[in-house]
Design a protein around this ligand. Structure first.
Ligand code: NAD
Length: 359
């Protein structure tokens, strides 16, 4: 790949990133470094306990706990959290959770400029990006702004160790999808491709250990490091067919985010592989397979991931509509988007078949 010929800018805003088991206990240091004293802690209802632990550690520097973070960042939830930030006089937010909770912190920062300290507990990678998706009146829109990029990311492997195994696997495949699409993105650079391959490698190394022993912190560290690498790729380059399909499926049929990514990844890869053979060859080699698509399918199946859209409740009759929608205003993609090819891809993903390269 020509390195500087086309020119590239990794666009890395100044974010402080810390990797350490138990780092959540040292949050006071991070607050001191930014001269912050009044944190509003954010979680989902399910992760209230992790928020309470943070508050216990923060003493009087935590002024409130908002536990209603919700998938796809509904604007009415953001408004309720903003009211709580204002009522408590918060000077920063601490988001502890996955993409939903981090999304809420970003939505607050967009409107208030409050600094964000985030402690990711899944592998979705939102913490590493200046991107925010929000939902209003059932319509999801996405924006990109440095205002939403968190100031501090704390990766504490003990926090992700509570993520149930099935979600661990699907969330890991969600992260790997950022990297796979990063490899053949039209904006791919030598840096983004190096990060992408190392991110995929970290999950291939770490996920089997987590599946065998969910509390194994060494494997959790591998996967959390992979999440940062893959999230950084997502921040640097544009995504393609795979993400378009997942956004269409998720938005139209209200499907769960990580599971949808896990199922679609091998099929979108098979569609693109004939037109991006050099970019995807290292993935096939890493997975010991004749193709990247086949290797990703086999890996996902070995990890116990769902492989069929029908298992998420998708009806076969919906596939025509999804193929139509996903073929409209496509993202830049190595292989031209042909509606019939996309319909065929969706059939394979619906049935859960191992994909074969489609030339
Ligand atoms: P999530 O944040 O919705 O979490 C899913 C569920 O798992 C929630 O109930 C949560 O409380 C629970 N959970 C999370 N971590 C846990 C843990 N360690 N232990 C126990 N339970 C835990 O899921 P997600 O897949 O991380 O995020 C999906 C959302 O993030 C979507 O809205 C997606 O659009 C967004 N996202 C945004 C970006 C971006 O760059 N803006 C990137 C990726 C994802």
């Amino acid at each position: 790949m020509p390195v500087f010929h086309a020119g590239f800018d990794p666009a890395s805003p100044p974010t402080r990133v810390r990797f350490e088991c138990g780092a959540r206990h040292g949050l006071a240091r991070e607050l001191d470094a930014l001269a912050l004293a009044r944190a509003l802690v954010l979680t989902t209802p399910q992760q209230r306990g992790q928020g309470e632990e943070i508050i216990g550690n923060r003493g009087d520097r935590a002024v409130g706990l908002f536990t209603n973070a919700t998938m796809h960042t509904p604007v009415e939830v953001t408004q309720a959290a903003l009211a709580e930030a204002s009522r408590t006089g918060a000077d920063c937010v601490i988001a502890i959770g996955g993409g939903s909770t981090i999304g809420l912190g970003k939505a607050i920062a967009l409107r208030t400029d409050l600094p964000q300290i985030v402690l990711p507990t899944t592998y979705a990678g939102s913490e590493a990006t200046p991107v925010l998706g929000q939902t209003e009146n059932g319509v999801k829109t996405t924006l990109k702004s440095e205002k939403v990029q968190p100031e501090v990311i704390i990766y504490d492997a003990e926090l992700v160790a509570t993520l149930p195994v099935t979600m661990t696997v699907t969330s890991g495949l969600n992260a790997m999808a950022h990297a796979v699409e990063g490899l053949y993105s039209q904006d791919a650079s030598r840096l983004s491709s190096a990060l992408a391959m190392d991110g995929i490698r970290a999950f291939v190394a770490g996920l089997p250990g987590v599946v065998a022993e969910p509390g194994d912190l060494a494997s959790r560290e591998d996967t959390l490091f992979g999440a940062w690498l893959c999230g950084t790729v997502l921040a640097q380059v544009g995504m393609a067919l795979h993400h378009k399909l997942c956004h269409t499926l998720g938005g139209t049929l209200n499907l769960p985010h990580a599971e949808t990514h896990a199922i679609i990844l091998p099929h979108a890869t098979a569609y693109n592989e004939p037109c991006a053979p050099a970019a995807l060859k290292p993935v096939a080699e890493l997975l010991g397979s004749d193709s990247a698509a086949g290797g990703l399918y086999d890996f996902a199946e070995r990890m116990g991931a769902p492989t069929a859209l029908k298992s998420l409740g998708v009806a076969e009759e919906d596939l025509d509509r999804i193929a139509d929608l996903a073929s409209r205003s496509p993202y830049p993609n190595p292989r031209p988007i042909e509606r019939d090819g996309i319909r065929h891809l969706l059939q394979g993903a619906w049935e859960g078949r191992r994909p074969v390269e489609e030339a």
